[in-house]
Design a protein around this ligand. Structure first.
Ligand code: SAH
Length: 350
């Protein structure tokens, strides 16, 4: 038997794209298999109306794992002495892009720790070289918090998009996940700056992070409603053995799928990845993510020699596969659930 109150809320979310904090928390508490099927079919329909059955590909280049921050959940936090540090050279990064271009990717995501070596001059130089070599490709940055002036310079150098997960929209919860020197307000201000500058912006959070509650998640959903990002990255929290959260429990597949569908109803146009973390907690996690309303995948383009070292969490998948293998494996997986990989730039369709 499917709970009438839950289906009513789902129906309202579908038409109004908004609920109260209390209603979101109720929805999060009252997930059942039947309601997951119910909302997923709506999420698929909405996504297909806007994006068809195309799933967009982003080539992920994990270009440095050197980080000045000490986020309690993250495997590359500065206090982790077990982490073997690396930094790709500009030449190596450009080779990754060339390889990606050959494989049909038209978006490159440069993701890394907050590494002081990659100051504005060096980043701008890199971005212009990538854009020069691949003028038809989008460059997405995921470099953490920087000044507004720095974001502006990177944008002027040619960067198109920026991913900065807000991590949680609850200040107290933010402080439980981060060391004292990091600030919730600063991170939120970065997101607003990025949007004002003109980037396509992605925010997001981990599902099942320590101290998360239905109430903090309700705030995340309300924040998405109000901020209206172009992209939204969510994936399960997975503990990393060399962090203070080593013995915490991981987020679940079901809750992640439930939230993916809810987010699709709040933001019909949003670019929503089925993340590597989702593929890590379940062998068919990414396929199930697509069936819950996701429409982006981010295969790894980093050189195999560094893959294992960019370990944000334990047991990350695909650390041994060459980019071409990742691409063909993902392509088969996406086809197996009735969708196809799309090699357009895949800009947001507002
Ligand atoms: N330094 C950049 C990139 C961070 S890594 C930044 O600050 O934005 C990208 C994302 O991985 C993080 O935003 C976080 O949400 C996620 N992540 C980090 N550790 C994780 C873990 N243990 N489990 C799941 N996701 C994690």
């Amino acid at each position: 038997m499917i709970d009438r109150q839950v289906t009513d809320l789902i129906d309202r979310l579908e038409t109004q794209h908004s609920l109260s904090l209390e209603e979101y928390a109720f929805l999060i508490r009252n997930r059942t298999q039947e309601s997951m099927d119910y909302i997923a079919s709506k999420a698929r329909r909405i996504r297909e109306e806007i994006y068809g059955t195309s799933v967009y590909v982003r080539g992920l280049i994990e270009f440095t794992n050197i980080c000045k921050n000490d986020c309690l959940y993250c495997g590359i936090r500065r206090s982790n002495r077990q982490c073997e540090r690396y930094r790709l050279t500009a030449e190596q990064i450009l080779e990754c892009c060339d390889m990606g271009q050959e494989l049909g990717f038209r978006t490159f995501v440069l993701q890394g720790g907050e590494d002081g070596f990659w100051n504005d001059d060096r980043m701008c130089g890199l971005i212009s070289r990538i854009k020069q070599a691949h003028p038809d490709c989008a460059v997405t940055l995921s470099l953490g918090e920087r000044s507004r002036d720095s974001y502006q310079r990177l944008f002027d150098a040619g960067a198109d998009r920026y991913l900065l997960r807000h991590e949680t929209a609850d200040k107290t919860h933010y402080e439980q996940l981060h060391p004292q020197e990091m600030s919730f307000d600063h991170r939120m201000n970065c997101l607003r700056d990025l949007k004002e500058i003109g980037y396509q912006v992605g925010c997001g959070f981990m599902v099942g992070s320590p101290y998360q509650t239905p109430e903090t998640l309700a705030k995340d959903l309300k924040f998405l409603e109000e901020f209206s990002p172009d992209m939204c990255g969510i994936g399960p929290f997975i503990p990393h053995k060399d962090t203070p959260f080593a013995s915490q429990t991981a987020g679940t597949l079901e809750e992640t799928l439930w939230l993916l569908s809810i987010i699709r109803l709040i933001l019909p146009y949003v670019l929503l990845p089925a993340t590597t973390a989702l593929g890590t907690i379940h062998p068919k996690g990414r396929e199930m993510g697509i069936l819950a309303g996701a429409n982006v995948v981010m295969p790894n383009l980093s050189p195999v020699s560094v893959r294992k070292k960019y370990e944000l969490y334990d047991n990350k998948i695909c650390t041994g596969d060459e980019a071409a293998e990742c691409r063909s494996c993902l392509s088969k997986r996406i086809q197996s659930v009735g969708y196809e990989l799309c090699t357009d730039r895949g800009d947001v369709r507002r």
